[in-house]
Ligand binder design. Structure first.
Ligand SMILES: [Zn+2]
Ligand SMILES: [Zn+2]
Length: 555
């Protein structure tokens, strides 16, 4: 992310341009839709889509428009693979819709619902509140079934569109084969009432239970199950059908009357599934379809993220280590078509950058108009709660990293008291508001989780209960004279951070050892290392009594 600093766009922000484009539609209610297939725990990258949608809604609300966000969970898709951690048998459930497979965790209506719930429960913490629609339930509505029927009736048009879009850069032979295969192709498949599958085979060998004929007069559908061989011709409304994925999307747009939908670059690429869907919107459903909002993915430490690969960095994983506002800031501050790279090791620096930006919004720092303008547009969109009139001071994340690791030694109450002191000092306050106090425990727990998972050796502060013999034997007589003298100073007066730093220097000079050596001695007897966090604040955190006892035990 540090390198992404150069990507900041301070002039005209994309949010305004996008909202202008959406406003041209002027529906009664602006519907901003997002969607995700449910093939496993969903990674944090998807939150970019949710946040883009949320920002469009907020801006429309600010203009007095009626706007709503919707999240469609595509839980009606067939199971193609399982994450390795799942206990369900792949043989038993491959080809079954996620919404029809049981939840092996035992808590939800289906496997699809489980992953949906896992994702959806993090939305409010990221400041988003879309209405949740399960695709499997949508397919039970009359409106959706009518749309499926419309597609079957318009099969010939859909075939033409697909040949136009899918086969346009094929070679002659491949194109001829594709056109031939499309002659018998129908845009829907049937969930077999005998074996429960909508397709057979796994990755690379998938055969859908495609509709083989549709009799419009009788409203009858013929199909054959590729898995168990069951075949029949039955009334449309006696069967469970699902549209092919390129057709499913425009059908949902039409049924929902979607005004705008963001899409990752894989779908939004020119001539891709989004454009195919827009063409179907016009020629099959007779309307324009939504405003297309393409965006680049979020990458994790320089790599693209996948859903079903196991070990997924989820929205919850983010919330454990960092504030949601930071994530919103990261995806919103750059152009949508630039990728965002999450470098988890840089979280403490990024929190600092975000909180400097926050202070710019509140007018603390003297910055140019452009920067202030940028903050005025962007900051309210990064917040997960309504923007507070008054600035709420935040405890430095870097201070929280050290502090949080000492809770076991000095206790939570002492730690909180110390955090209040530091917050006052950092922000020159005489008093701390309840709002500011309320943020501290979460900041400490995130900092602790971050250091445990992503902190470097330098970030880790491990205070052993006693000083090891190994370290005691390295202490020279000079070192001990320094420690005795330092104890006397600590006993005599109560020092603040800066005077502790000064006292270490002057005491070292007095007993004629190098200040560097004096610092090393203290680090060694406190954390068994030669360096560590700044000693003044660190000794205050541990408390004078604790430090005196520690040093006396060595003399
Ligand atoms: Zn569950
Ligand atoms: Zn079957």
């Amino acid at each position: 992310m540090a390198s992404d600093e150069s990507q900041e766009e301070f002039s005209i922000h994309w949010i305004r341009d996008l909202v202008d484009e959406v406003l041209e539609r002027s529906p009664e209610q602006y519907l901003i839709v997002t969607g995700k297939s449910m093939s496993g725990s969903v990674h944090i990258g998807f939150m970019k889509e949710i946040i883009i949608a949320d920002v469009i809604k907020r801006e429309l609300h600010a203009l007095g428009k009626n706007a709503k966000t919707v999240f469609i969970s595509d839980d009606y898709d067939p199971i193609r693979s399982f994450p390795p951690s799942l206990t369900l048998s792949p043989d038993e459930y491959m080809g079954v819709p996620y919404s029809d497979a049981p939840d092996p965790h035992g808590c939800c209506e289906s496997l699809g619902a489980h992953w949906t719930n896992e994702l959806v429960e993090s939305f409010p913490e990221f400041g988003a509140d879309p209405e949740v629609v399960l695709q499997s339930k949508l397919y039970e509505t009359k409106e959706m079934l009518d749309a499926v029927r419309t597609c079957l009736v318009n099969t010939e048009t859909i075939r033409e569109i697909l040949i136009e879009f899918v086969a346009h850069d094929f070679g002659d032979k491949q194109r001829a084969e594709y056109i031939e295969s499309m002659k018998t192709w129908y845009p829907a498949s049937v969930i077999c009432p005998v074996c429960g599958r909508i397709q057979s085979g796994g990755k690379g060998s998938i055969v859908p239970n495609r509709v083989t004929a549709y009799n419009q007069e009788e409203d009858e559908v013929s199909y054959e199950c590729a898995h168990c061989g069951h075949s029949e011709t039955a009334k449309f409304d006696k069967l469970r059908l699902k549209l092919s994925w390129r057709v499913d999307w425009p059908a949902k747009w039409y049924v929902m009357q979607t005004t705008v939908e963001p899409a990752g670059k894989d779908h939004a690429v020119k001539g891709g599934s989004y454009d195919t869907g827009l063409e179907m919107s016009r020629r099959v459903f007779g309307w324009s379809g939504p405003v297309k909002v393409p965006f680049e993915w979020v990458r994790l430490a320089g790599k693209d993220m996948g859903t079903s690969k196991g070990n997924v960095f989820t929205p919850r994983s983010w919330l454990n280590i960092a504030p949601p506002e930071l994530f919103r800031y990261m995806v919103l501050r750059t152009d949508l078509e630039k990728s965002n790279n999450i470098q988890t090791d840089l979280i403490p620096d990024l929190v600092d950058i975000y909180e400097t930006f926050e202070r710019t919004y509140y007018g603390f720092d003297d910055v140019d108009n452009e920067k202030q303008d940028f903050a005025r547009v962007l900051y309210p969109n990064t917040e997960v709660r309504p923007v507070s009139d008054e600035y709420i001071p935040k405890l430095s994340f870097k201070f929280a990293i050290v502090t949080s690791q000492l809770q076991g030694i000095v206790g939570e109450r002492v730690i909180l008291g110390r955090c209040y002191d530091v917050l006052k000092k950092q922000h020159s306050l005489t008093d701390i508001s309840p709002e500011a106090k309320a943020l501290i425990p979460t900041r400490l727990s995130r900092a602790l989780a971050w250091v445990k998972e992503f902190g470097s050796e330098q970030d880790i502060v491990d205070v052993p209960e006693t000083v090891s013999d190994e370290i005691i034997t390295t202490l020279t007589d000079d070192d001990k004279r320094f420690l005795s003298r330092f104890v006397e100073i600590l006993e005599k007066e109560s020092l603040d951070e800066d005077s502790i730093q000064t006292a270490i220097f002057t005491t070292a000079k007095e007993v004629e050892i190098k200040p560097k050596r004096a610092f090393q001695v203290l680090y060694k007897i406190l954390i068994s290392r030669k360096s560590g966090p700044r000693l003044g604040p660190f000794l205050l955190l541990l408390g004078t009594d604790w430090v005196l006892e520690r040093i006396r035990s060595l003399l």
